[in-house]
Design a protein around this ligand. Sequence first.
Ligand SMILES: [Zn+2]
Length: 123
Amino acid sequence: MVKKPTKRVKHIPQRTCVGCRLVLPKRTLMRLVRTPEGIRLDPGGKAAGRGAYLHNQSSCWERALKGALANALKMELTEQDREYLHGIMVSLPADEPAQGLQPTQDQKPQKGLKPPTGLKDPA
Ligand SMILES: [Zn+2]
């Protein structure tokens, strides 16, 4: 008999996306950190310095670049910062908030049904 440890409710750190102000588990957000060399992406989330969190969603980055990020980091964005952030932003999906991975279901085409070409309204 293997004794199973009681399932503990883990405390999940929550952070606010500075773009859309949604509060989400830290690991679903990307962390940016203010360093002496400028703003850097902090993939490990452990770099020292003032940090800000953002979705991997370009709409949030756009808002962040318009001032929310500078506000959160209490600094002015330099030209280099903007270039750096813009470079990341353009590599992000346009409208897909990171809220955990969802397994993609096989979508088998069915006869007689319309192919799902219509875009769904964003919730
Ligand atoms: Zn966001």
